[in-house]
Design a binder for this molecule. Sequence first.
Ligand code: FES
Length: 150
Amino acid sequence: MKKFTLRINKKSHTIEADENMPLLWVLRDVLDLKGTKYGCGVGSCGACTVHLNGIAVRSCQLPISALANQNITTIEGLAEKGDHPVQKAWLDVDVAQCGYCQSGQIMSAAALLKSNPRPSEEDIDNFMSGNICRCGTYTRIKKAILQAAS
Ligand code: FES
């Protein structure tokens, strides 16, 4: 066990953990930030997506030892009042069905709009292809992203 200091949602956290502990477990089990979800654990579903220095990453694939002095943002820290344009569009369009994948979807969509504020439908399909929705709400996801971008 070693001590690591992580910057998550603009706050510093010092955590004692095995250096290989994935960020996803740090968030959920150590810091009780349960908005980030466990889906597959192997980097294939996108449920665990967070931002690392503004870039969408899979937190199940990031060991705590690689994260010192980096800015990590989870769904809880995306917008102070849960009112990021993607979150607002998500509610307007009523995207969620079971809702399990939505924090990962929203974090990916927010990263997309940061790097590409006016994405085409093809841009959205390409960028979001790593985020799986078991309910198949892809049409509403795309609609919400287009609405957030307008
Ligand atoms: Fe990390 Fe599926 S839980 S990509």
